[in-house]
Write a protein that binds this ligand. Structure first.
Ligand SMILES: [Zn+2]
Length: 306
C-alpha cells in the first residue's frame, strides 16, 4: 500500500513532494544503512525519505571519504582510476563534438578530472564544498585551473557562464536535484552542454543485487533510471538528451577497496582473495567496465532559430 510521507526522525529531512512529478505518495522499497528507500507512486523515482540530517552527512563526508578510508596506497589508487575515467569521459565528449571551451566541474574533489580536462584545451573551473579536497585540487593543478570552495551558489553568484558543466556522481547526493539542474542550466551559455554521471537503478548490478546494491547508501538521496533522469533533465530545460552507456575505468584494487568499505556478503571476500593473488601492477591496471552507472549528455537550447 502506498504510504504518505513517513514521520521525520529527529533532524532528518522529510521530502514532502517528489522533485520530478510533485507526487506526495511514496511506497517503501528497502532499507539503506538505516534509511528508507521509497518509490514515488507517481513517477517511480526512488529516493531516501526522510533524507539524512546535515549532521549525519557531515559524519559521512569525512576528509578521507573519497579514498575508502586512510589505508596505505588508497589515495594513489583512487587518483589513478579517476584520471583514467576522466580521460574516458573526455573521449566520449570529444566523440560528441565537445572538445574545448570553458568548463565548470561541480564536485571536483581532488581535481583528477580537471587535470585531464586542462590538458585538453578546456579552461577549467572546479567547485567543491570540501576545503580538504579544494586544497588538494589546487595543489595538483596549480595555475591550470581555478578552484572555488563552497556550495554551487558560490559559482552562481559570480554571474559567469560556461560552455560545459560536468557533475560526475553528484546529482544523487544533492537534496534538491530539480533546483540543482536548474542552477546548472543557468550557468551554461546557450548551446552549452551538460555532462552528468549517476548510478543507474536499471543497471544489471542494481537488478541482480536488489536491496544489496552498493549504491543504496545514506549519502545517495536519489536513484535515477534512464527514464527518470531524462525526464528530470527535460524538466530543467535541457534538450538533445543522450544517455550513454555507464562505463567507468576501474581496477581490481579500486573495486576491492570499494567493497571493503561497502561490504557485500559473498562478494567482498572473493575480491580480497583476487587482489591478493594478482601481481600488484595487474591489480592497479584500469579496465573499462560497465559500472552500474549511466552518463547523460544534454544541451541548453540556443536562441530560437539557431
Ligand atoms: Zn514522482
Amino acid at each position: 500500500m502506498p504510504s504518505t510521507v513517513p514521520p521525520a526522525l529527529p533532524d532528518r529531512v522529510p521530502v514532502a513532494a517528489c522533485p520530478l512529478c510533485g507526487g506526495r505518495e511514496f511506497t517503501p522499497v528497502c532499507r539503506a544503512a538505516a534509511h528508507a528507500v521509497v518509490r514515488c507512486a507517481g513517477c517511480q523515482l526512488h529516493l531516501l525519505n526522510p533524507q539524512p540530517s546535515d549532521a549525519e552527512l557531515v559524519e559521512i563526508y569525512h576528509p578521507h571519504y573519497s579514498f575508502f578510508g586512510a589505508e596505505p596506497g588508497a589515495e594513489a589508487c583512487v587518483s589513478r582510476v579517476k584520471q583514467a575515467t576522466a580521460a574516458h569521459y573526455l573521449n566520449l565528449l570529444a566523440a560528441a563534438g565537445v572538445s574545448g571551451g570553458s568548463l565548470l566541474e561541480i564536485g571536483c574533489g581532488d581535481g583528477d578530472f580537471l587535470l585531464q580536462a586542462s590538458r585538453r584545451n578546456f579552461p577549467a573551473t572546479g567547485i567543491d564544498y570540501s576545503p580538504h579536497s579544494c586544497a588538494k585540487a589546487q595543489a595538483k593543478l596549480g595555475a591550470a585551473a581555478r578552484i572555488i570552495c563552497g556550495e554551487i551558489s558560490a559559482v552562481a553568484d559570480r554571474r559567469e557562464s560556461y560552455d560545459l558543466c560536468v557533475a560526475c556522481d553528484v546529482i544523487e547526493h544533492v537534496r534538491q536535484p530539480a533546483d540543482f539542474l536548474q542552477t546548472l542550466h543557468g550557468l551554461l551559455r546557450p548551446n552549452g552542454r551538460l555532462f552528468i554521471v549517476t548510478p543507474d537503478l536499471d543497471s544489471l548490478a542494481a537488478k541482480l543485487l536488489r536491496s544489496r546494491w552498493p549504491e543504496f547508501k545514506a549519502e545517495h538521496m536519489y536513484y535515477y533510471t534512464p527514464r527518470t533522469l531524462r525526464r528530470q533533465l527535460a524538466q530543467a530545460g535541457f534538450t538533445d538528451i543522450r544517455l550513454l552507456g555507464g562505463t567507468k575505468m576501474l581496477s581490481v584494487d579500486y573495486v576491492t577497496r570499494h567493497f571493503i568499505t561497502y561490504p557485500v556478503s559473498g562478494l567482498t571476500p572473493v575480491l580480497r582473495l583476487l587482489r591478493a593473488l594478482l601481481p600488484a601492477s595487474w591489480g592497479q591496471y584500469p579496465w573499462l567496465i560497465p559500472a552500474g552507472g549511466m552518463i547523460a549528455l544534454a544541451r541548453k537550447p540556443g536562441p530560437v532559430g539557431h
